[in-house]
Design a protein around this ligand. Structure first.
Ligand SMILES: [Mn+2]
Length: 221
């Protein structure tokens, strides 16, 4: 808890990719990684969060998070799991209707294992690339300047905005986030990648029947 932004130095050996919401479809993700020739020996994969709920392999999330080349921020679905297992007060019907049934039906001790790992996930990551720093956050950067983010995330309302908000995509807000090359987000499924200002929405619904996973090369956009 309390690691708000995780910083990653430049990958000097291989390539870095970002992927949108996975929602329990790790098999489909592996297939997408094969098609781009992902090399786990030198490449890294950064997830915008929402690893779990809805898909059939949500219970693999902890195995993936243990991989040395896979890194994720927390999404609102990890937040459901954290709150249900560690805090309480989650609306059970709402959680189940949003794909949380697999979690609610697990033994309490197993739920807690997931909750503790998810609670260590940062709200944001920043990765050094040839084009400068690239940020990753689940839904939106809640402040106009990336340099303000670490302080801003001290407030619960900013943290909730970071993982839940659809305001920017709904209002097609093209304002650039300052002091960052780009901010890569997921949370809202779209047919294609959409860039608004320097915020890049990459949830192309790899977890949906008709969607696909986008693997965005962070050194090349
Ligand atoms: Mn989400």
């Amino acid at each position: 808890m309390d690691i708000f932004i995780q910083h990653y130095k430049k990958n000097m050996a291989g390539r870095d990719y970002a992927v949108g919401d996975i929602h329990g479809h790790f098999g489909r993700l592996e297939h997408a990684m094969e098609t781009i020739g992902f090399d786990p020996g030198q490449d890294r994969l950064f997830s915008v969060g929402d690893l779990v709920d809805r898909g059939p392999q949500a219970d693999q999330a902890l195995d993936w998070l243990a991989l040395p080349w896979f890194h994720a921020v927390r999404g609102n679905h990890e937040d459901y799991a954290i709150r249900h297992s560690l805090i309480g007060g989650v609306d059970i019907e709402n959680y189940r209707s949003n794909g949380g049934g697999w979690f609610l039906d697990m033994p309490r001790t197993r739920q807690k294992q997931f909750g503790l790992v998810f609670n260590d996930l940062p709200y944001a990551m920043e990765i050094e690339t040839d084009n400068g720093l690239v940020g990753i956050i689940h839904a939106v950067c809640p402040v106009p300047d990336w340099a303000q983010l670490a302080d801003a995330l001290g407030s619960e309302s900013a943290r909730m905005q970071a993982i839940w908000s659809r305001e920017r995509i709904q209002s097609l807000d093209e304002t650039k986030v300052k002091n960052i090359h780009a901010v890569v987000v997921g949370h809202t499924p779209l047919q294609e990648v959409v860039a608004l200002g320097n915020t890049v929405h990459i949830d192309t619904g790899g977890w949906l029947e008709k969607g696909h996973f986008t693997l965005l090369d962070l050194g090349n956009f």
